[in-house]
Write a new protein. Sequence first.
Length: 389
Amino acid sequence: MQNFVYCTPTKMVFGKGVVEKLAEELKPFGKKVLMTYGGGSIKKTGLYDRVKELLGDFKVFELSGIEPNPKYSTSVLEGVKICKEQGIDVILAVGGGSVLDCSKAISVGAKYDGEPWDLITGEVAAQAALPIVDIITMAATGSEYDAACVISRTETNDKVGYIDSHLYPAVSFIDPTYTFTLPKIQMLAGVADAMNHVLEQYFNANPNDLADGMMEACMRSLIKNVKIAVENPEDYDARAEIFINCSLACNNILSIGEAPSGWPMHGMEHALSAYYDITHGVGLAILTPRWMKHILSEKTEERLAKYGVNVLGIDKSLPARDIAEKAIEETYALYEGLGIPMHLKEVGIDESRLSEMAHHVAENEGLDQSWVYVPLTEEDILEIYKASL
């Protein structure tokens, strides 16, 4: 087992109607609130109005229109500007993972005198951040319970994962009923994202039984409950299990004591959504079985077989290579059967920029490092992209 340091300072407030405790939880942080949100779905559902009512004793400023794959040069910089000019005490993020990721970048940028991109890229270490409270409305990224955010810079085709202990939210409100009205494809993309968060950690060089068991249980729960939620979008227990799985999937608790893997599928997908602005979870679903097939070897077949038996329920009496191959096929079939597009061409990506993206990933993601579970060269990355067309 690897050495580790584990700490989750975020207070999770989970269940039906928990937003009613919002004012009570916000009060210790101050009176000036920057409320961040996206394209307006919270207004359609009535959540916006209820939040504004609950914030009657606070002075509220707003930053709306935060995009999926949140953008540095628009939303992040505008949020930082508001925080500095208005002396904001606390950020309240209301929406999905993109809203919260953007708010995290704003929180450190507001406490930094230089260019916030220096923090996001790790050139400068953050020294402080504004506190963040969030009302998360989509089960997907796990940003409500981790110290990470992902920010896109359109002009350079960069999509950067930023991890820093200052990025943990102070309080996260999770009410699974907010996910009842999500479009089906958003729910599916969120589940694919969470599944991949677990898989990125599962494929590592030094596993242990405790972490493996937690990750396998999480993936089984996601698969079982997404099928229930597809049939009945208002099944509360299914939605609740999906949400808690998503929250824990990217929190490091599931892979405690295991070796790092390099997160190759995320590294490759970041280029897809940076260049083409596609839905992150859909891109991951497309890449995942192709990555599995590409790395299948004598070294990896036992690990893929364990995933096949313990997560997908494949007959363990079969030879390991047969189980591994069947696991890859069933992973593809799972996503396809749910209704997720499984080819890049279906989401508007053709072969014209594959080489450019593969080079960008090879230059920026470090997937060829020796400690990565299966190191990938630029040629490997390009082959996986081509297989995903």
